[in-house]
Structure formats: C-alpha cells, structure tokens
Ligand binder design. Structure first.
Ligand code: SDX
Length: 431
C-alpha cells in the first residue's frame, strides 16, 4: 500500500530518528509514525485527528483545496449523474464499476432480502411517538445482529458478503418503517420490482388504502443525493464504523455505531439543523446580518450550519450538485422556494465576508440537501436518516477494506496523561 517513500528526520535531544514518508497515488504525503513510540518513547498528539491518517485506503480521494471528490478514481459528479445507486454501491464496495451481469446479480442479492423478520416489527412498536427516527434506525439496525446472527463473523468471507447484502437490502426498509412508526401509519412492505430509490419512496409515502405514484423527478433526485453522500474518507461516522469494526464485532453493530456518530449536528445531523437555522432566520425577519455576526462572534455558540468543513477549503463539490438539483426542483414545483432563496442570499453574504473568506468556509453537502428533501416532502427529522441511506455503501466498503487488510489490528489510540500523580485513598470517615 502507498507508492514510493523517502525519509523524514526527527531530532530529539542528541538523537536523530528516520521516519519513513509514504506517498499516495495522487502525490499526497504522510510521515509514517508506526514505530515512533518504540524508537523514541514519545507519542504524537493530534486533537481531533486533524493531522493524522488512521489508515491507507483505496476507496475515496478528496482534495480539499481543489474541491475534488472521487470514488475509486471516478469523479463524484460523473458517478452521481451516470450511475444508479446500487451501481455506485458496487463500485465503492468492490472497487470496480460492475458489468450488466455483475450488477444484476448484486441487485438480485439485495432484492431478495429487503424484508425484515416479522418479529422486528415489535421493536418499532416499543418506541414512543416522539422517538427521533435516527434513534429508531440505529436501534433496529443493531437488532439485526440478533436476527441475522448467522452472518456475524467478519472473519468469514461468505458471512461478510451475505451480511453486506442484507445490510444494504434492509436499511431502506428500516428507515421507511422508522418514519411510518413516527407518524402512526401502517408499514408498507418493499416491492422488489422497484429500483432502490423507488422502493424507498414507496415505503415512505404509500398507504395501503391507495396507490402511490412515484414521481420520477423525486426518484432521480434521491438517486443523485444518495450517491453524493455515499462515501467521504475517514469522516467521523466512517472512522467510527472502522473503530468499532476493528474489534471484530459483526457488521450490523458497526453500522449501528456509525449511525449514532452521523446523527451529531456537527456531522450528518447538520442537514436537519440547517433547515431549522434557515426557518429561524426567516421567522426573524430574514435578518441575515444579525446571524452572520452571530456566526462570527467567538463568544456566541451559533455557527452557520451547512458551512465549513475539516477537509474542504473550497466549495464542496457535492454542495454544487445539490444546489443545481434545488434549482431544477424549485423551477418545476413552486417556481420559488423562500428557504432556497434565503440560503442563496446567505451564501452570497457569507462568501463575501472576510471572516468566512480568511477561514475558507464554504457551503458543504448539508447546506442545500435539506431543501431538496423538503421539496420532496421528506420530514426534517428524516433528513439524516437519508444521509445514512446514502453513506451505507461507504461504511460497508471501509469495513470490508479493513477486514481484507493483512495489517488489520484493533484501533486503540494512546493518550497523554495530565491527571494527578500517585496519591492514597483517604477513608470516607476522614473526607
Ligand atoms: C459533514 O468529515 C466529513 O467528511 C463530513 C461530511 C461527510 O460527508 O461525512 O462532509 C459531512 O459532516 C459536513 C459538515 C456538516 N457540519 C456543519 O455544517 C456544522 C457547521 N460547521 C462547523 O461546525 C465546522 O465547520 C465543522 C465541524 C464542519 C468543521 O470543524 P473544524 O474542522 O473542527 O473547524 P473549526 O471548528 O476548528 O473551525 C475553524 C475556524 C474557527 O474559527 P477560529 O477559532 O479560527 O476563529 O472556522 C470557524 C471556527 O469558529 N468556523 C465557523 C464555521 N465552521 C468553522 N464559523 C462559523 N460558522 C461555521 N459553520
């Protein structure tokens, strides 16, 4: 793994140490510190892992300065515009675009497992009506470790493959059932003659009492959105799937952990939080200046949700595509969407403000995606559930890559201890 290498010199006191430099296929470079502690007795410290790579990976390439994102070498724009979601999922997981036969077999393996064990319906019934669908989703996905326990050994290639098929197959069903549970409607079962996206929309919006007509523009927009969200390197939730999976727990439990990580408003929860922010600004007289000032105020916890990114110091290419989809759908439907107009005005004001310019803060994938979901009639608390649906192939691809690696080991970071030195317990009576 990694192509080419030269050496970095580390000088500590009178000693000098050689640290190998690994060079990636796009010329990105890393100092390999795998032997740092053994050689020097020192660890490296990097709060938030902003400068630390946990692994070498061949799945996704991001150039944050240029705003480039590629899945297995293919620009995300091309994959999103030319592929169907299961095709993109196959690419991320197995590394190559499938031919017709491979894709049909893959889709067949997914179609056959879209139903849940009937016993799982009781889990949904146990949640109160106010339960957030993300909490339901992660809990029910975690329960797959019980109902699909025969696919629990990540060291067994056949079990690994079957677990991946079942996870991809059941996620839309669990997601749609989470929504139906939250609105008190009966579950609508998957229809295996529909595409992945059509099936999800049908399970979300159909009711047993009448036929639901799937809007082709919505199915196409959802397909593009899911692909845009499908993978993004070692983001918080993917790193969580790898961290949890590295202990050799089953795929379902690893994915359940990733769902919780994605829920945070600093991560995938930002799409829901962004719409809330836009609605608040609209309700507050569209006072953009007030909120831009709040976002810039170091003493104000308010941040411009949907803006900024740890890696992108340029426009997130996914935000560009989401904005174009917004334009298309708004033109077709309302002709105008007050929140979309507000978001564009907010972007224009922010991108001309020195605070955002100096910090290279641009719209990220979560800034416009919520507006699309809203036009499609997806309720706000389902926005991050859809992010999960999209990110699932990426999570699976990284979990599989980890288990295929001959260097696989449990993830266990070290720490720098800054607490008390040794002291003795004082008996309670004397405290
Ligand atoms: C996703 O990692 C991924 O790849 C994630 C993701 C994926 O596909 O998996 O791309 C999906 O999670 C997108 C991000 C969604 N989150 C948000 O939109 C929440 C709002 N954004 C910020 O919270 C922030 O930008 C983060 C969390 C996204 C990134 O945080 P970092 O890298 O830790 O950056 P930082 O907080 O250290 O910010 C650097 C500076 C700070 O100012 P100074 O201390 O230098 O004065 O920029 C400021 C921050 O205050 N800043 C913002 C800001 N984001 C950063 N100021 C106002 N509004 C913002 N949105």
């Amino acid at each position: 793994m990694g192509t080419g290498s030269d050496m970095a010199k580390l000088r500590l006191g009178d000693n000098e140490y050689d640290l190998p430099i690994r060079v990636g296929t796009e010329g990105n470079r890393a100092i390999d510190i795998a032997k740092l502690f053994a050689m020097t007795g020192h660890i490296a410290l990097d709060d938030g892992f902003a400068n630390t790579g946990s692994i070498m990976s061949t799945i996704c390439y991001i150039d944050g300065e240029q705003g480039i994102l590629r899945y297995r070498g293919y620009p995300v724009e091309e994959v999103a515009e030319q592929c169907e979601f299961t095709e993109a999922a196959y690419l991320l997981i197995f590394g190559e675009l499938p031919n017709g036969e491979q894709l049909e077999a893959f889709r067949g393996n997914i179609r056959r497992h879209t139903l849940l064990h009937e016993g799982m319906k009781a889990i949904f019934a146990g949640f109160p009506p106010y339960a957030h669908p993300m909490a339901i989703l992660s809990a029910v996905v975690g329960a797959l470790a019980i109902y699909e326990k025969e696919f629990g050994d990540p060291g067994n290639p056949q079990q690994r493959l079957l677990a991946m098929h079942r996870m991809l197959a059941k996620m839309p069903t669990i997601a749609a059932f989470s929504y139906k549970q939250s609105v008190g409607q009966p579950f609508v079962y998957p229809q295996n003659d529909l595409t992945y996206c059509q099936n999800f929309l049908n399970m979300m919006f159909a009711v047993p009492s009448e036929k639901y007509k799937i809007d082709p523009d919505f199915a196409e927009a959802l397909n593009l959105l899911l692909i845009l969200h499908a993978d993004h390197g070692q983001n918080c939730s993917t790193s969580t799937v790898r961290m949890v999976g590295s202990s050799n727990v089953n795929l379902f439990s690893s994915i359940s952990a990733g769902i919780y990580a994605l829920w945070g408003t600093l991560h995938g929860g930002a799409n829901e939080a962004c719409i809330n922010m836009l609605e608040n600004i609209a309700a507050d007289g569209r006072n953009l200046g007030k909120y831009i000032d709040k976002a810039k105020d170091p003493d104000d916890p308010f941040r411009l949700v949907g803006f900024g990114h740890r890696i992108y110091k340029n426009y997130d290419p996914r935000a560009t595509m989401c904005k174009a989809v917004c334009n298309r759908l708004v033109k077709r439907f309302a002709g105008q969407d007050p929140l979309f107009d507000l978001a564009q005005e907010l972007e224009e004001v922010a991108l001309s403000d020195p605070y955002f310019i100096e910090r290279k803060l641009y719209p990220n994938v979560d800034f416009y995606s919520g507006i699309i979901y809203r036009i499609m009639g997806i309720p706000k608390d389902m926005f991050t559930v859809l992010f999960c649906l999209g990110r699932l192939p990426g999570w699976i691809a990284h979990w599989r890559e980890m288990h295929l690696s001959p260097d696989k080991r449990i993830h266990r970071p070290r720490q720098l201890y800054t607490g008390h030195t040794k002291r003795s317990v004082v008996p309670l009576i004397k405290r």
